[in-house]
Design a protein around this ligand. Structure first.
Ligand code: NAD
Length: 295
């Protein structure tokens, strides 16, 4: 299994450098985007910010409540893509005033908002008898309320975009990061799974409220990826020599790299997905289509 793990790692490194060396595109040309949860060096949010810049986004508003890596992300994007404007904000994605504020700022500075990628989230790993009501509500606040605020205030800002097309006709894409844990029960905590199932529900119900607009709402449901969130699991498995088992239940026999999730977020953010709405997109190598889910 150690050999299999080493092969997986080198396969993923090749995939990552292939994705990184892709020629620059223009799929987000002229688009003003908000992304939350960008602060982790190995995270989905950072990979998405870099990819959105690579695809010519006009202005990226990048949010994380941990400010440590925000200056590095801003300077990396500005160094590599001088045509992309970057505003990095230290804020809590579940804070109503902060989300109202960033939507307002985008409208004031750019006159539009095209994409809101609500990606910030936390994971807990507690057995049910250790999950206090406070801990449960905290997970729901960060994972679910943040997505509700993105839908509520993101769509209101998008409705003010493109006024030339008429009040009744405006466009934009709201993308919510859920999880496979919100589709099928897994090994995760009850609070995490419930919070992500609610995110999937939000993505399904919101389009029925945002009718007669081209404002679309979808969720992405990643499977296992090595990011800041899961680094303990990976480090622990590596230390015990069981890393080869990570992702073994997946039909593809492996876990993912963040760029593979970012690519789906890019599709949903771009006009390539102009008639894709109200869906929960499993990006999990086929995991949720298999039985049994547990070892
Ligand atoms: P990560 O920990 O590497 O990144 C998450 C980032 O979100 C961090 O920088 C963190 O500081 C930030 N954040 C957390 N709460 C915030 C808040 N309230 N306001 C602002 N920023 C906040 O983890 P990741 O894996 O990149 O996570 C991104 C999303 O993907 C999360 O919603 C997570 O639940 C989801 N997800 C991850 C996996 C996985 O295997 N890593 C699988 C399924 C879903």
């Amino acid at each position: 299994s150690e050999e299999f793990y080493n092969r997986t790692v080198s396969r993923l490194q090749k995939l990552q450098s292939h994705l990184e060396s892709a020629p620059r595109g223009s799929r987000l040309k002229g688009k003003v985007c908000i992304i939350t949860g960008v602060g982790s060096l190995k995270g989905i949010g950072r990979a998405s910010a870099l990819l959105f810049a690579h695809e010519g986004a006009q202005h990226l508003y990048l949010i994380d409540f941990d400010e440590t890596n925000l200056p590095n992300l801003k300077s990396t994007i500005e160094g590599k893509y001088p045509d992309v404007k970057v505003t990095a904000l230290q804020a809590d994605a579940s804070d109503e005033a902060a989300i109202v504020g960033v939507c307002k700022q985008a409208l004031q500075e750019e006159g539009r908002l095209d994409v809101f990628f609500a990606n910030a989230g936390i994971a807990t790993a507690l057995p049910i008898d250790s999950v206090t009501p406070e801990a449960f509500m905290n997970t729901l606040r960060i994972n679910t309320l943040s997505c509700f605020l993105a839908v509520k205030y993101g769509s209101a800002a998008m409705a003010k975009t493109n006024p030339s097309r008429g009040k009744e006709y405006s466009g934009g894409s709201i993308i919510l990061t859920a999880s496979v844990a919100g589709i099928r029960s897994g090994a995760g905590s009850v609070d995490y799974s419930a919070s992500k199932a609610a995110v999937n529900s939000l993505a399904q119900v919101a389009p029925n409220q945002l009718t007669k607009t081209d404002i679309r709402v979808n969720s992405v449901c990643p499977g296992l990826i090595e990011t800041g969130m899961t680094s303990n699991t990976f480090d622990y498995a590596r230390a015990r020599g069981t890393a080869g088992k990570l992702g073994q239940l997946n039909p593809m026999g492996r876990y993912a790299v963040p760029e593979e999730i970012a690519n789906v977020a890019l599709f949903l953010a771009s006009d390539d997905s102009s008639y894709v709405n109200g869906q929960n997109w499993a990006v999990d190598g086929g995991l949720t289509s298999t039985l049994p889910f547990m070892p």
